[in-house]
Design a protein around this ligand. Structure first.
Ligand code: G3P
Length: 230
């Protein structure tokens, strides 16, 4: 499963890109607004760090506006994915942008039927919002499970990008179901890195090492003693 970061925060994107765990980025108008920065500068910086898909969302509500914005956003980089909302004009825009060779993501998906229609319109990715469904008293992950089954039944190539992830268990569930991508906020990815037993284990190793008064050999000693192989 690919891991995308759901943020427009450059420092967070850089942190996880440096670890080599980041496959792409998703943004939305809320996340971009949070950064309080010039849009063009912000996106250019993100595109410099991330070679994988970078999802940027249109803000128009009519097809013509979405097409105009989508085409402009795609000019920013070859890895830009144009996010359109799951609306009638959004589906028309996705179909047209797809025919022009652009990658698209249908966002704000809350049912398997919406996911089926997004795929029929030719979306590259479909984004079911798991956390928001959970918040509303539904089992968000069921939409992922049903969508994956439907796509498998008909050999649909649209990728399921699990969005609105709130905690690491969502990530495990998405991966077990075989979702193509999970996008998550930096705090969730950070929690995935950490485990209390890793911290206590590391502390014990270092305490034992210090107590024994050991030291790793210096490089120049190793080089001097090195013998050619063979
Ligand atoms: O990027 C879309 C989605 O992941 C938003 O998540 O936490 O605002 O429901 P959330």
């Amino acid at each position: 499963m690919k891991i995308f970061l759901d943020t427009a925060n450059i420092a967070s994107i850089k942190t996880f890109a440096d670890m080599g765990v980041l496959d792409g980025v998703t943004t939305n108008p809320t996340l971009v607004a949070k950064e309080n920065q010039d849009f063009h500068e912000l996106v250019s910086a993100i595109l410099k760090i991330v070679p994988g898909p970078v999802n940027l969302e249109v803000v128009s509500q009519d097809t013509e506006g979405m097409l105009r914005e989508g085409r402009d956003l795609a000019l920013l980089g070859p890895n830009v994915v144009v996010k359109c909302p799951m609306t009638e004009p959004g589906l028309v825009a996705v179909r047209k942008l797809g025919k022009e060779g652009l990658k698209t993501n249908v966002t704000l998906v809350f049912s398997p039927n919406q996911a089926l229609l997004a795929a029929k319109a030719g979306a590259t990715y479909v984004s079911p919002f798991i956390g928001r469904l959970d918040d509303a008293g539904h089992e968000g992950m069921e939409v992922v499970e049903d969508t994956l089954q439907i796509y498998r039944n008909y050999e649909i190539e649209t990728q399921v990008l699990v969005a609105s992830i709130r905690h690491p268990v969502h990530v495990v569930q998405a991966a077990k179901l075989g979702a193509h991508v999970a996008t998550m906020p930096p705090d969730v990815l950070d929690k995935m890195v950490r485990h209390p037993l890793t911290d206590t284990g590391l502390k014990r190793f270092l305490d034992d090492w210090a107590k024994a008064g050991l030291k790793l050999p210096e490089r120049r000693t190793l080089v001097a003693k090195a013998r050619p192989y063979g």
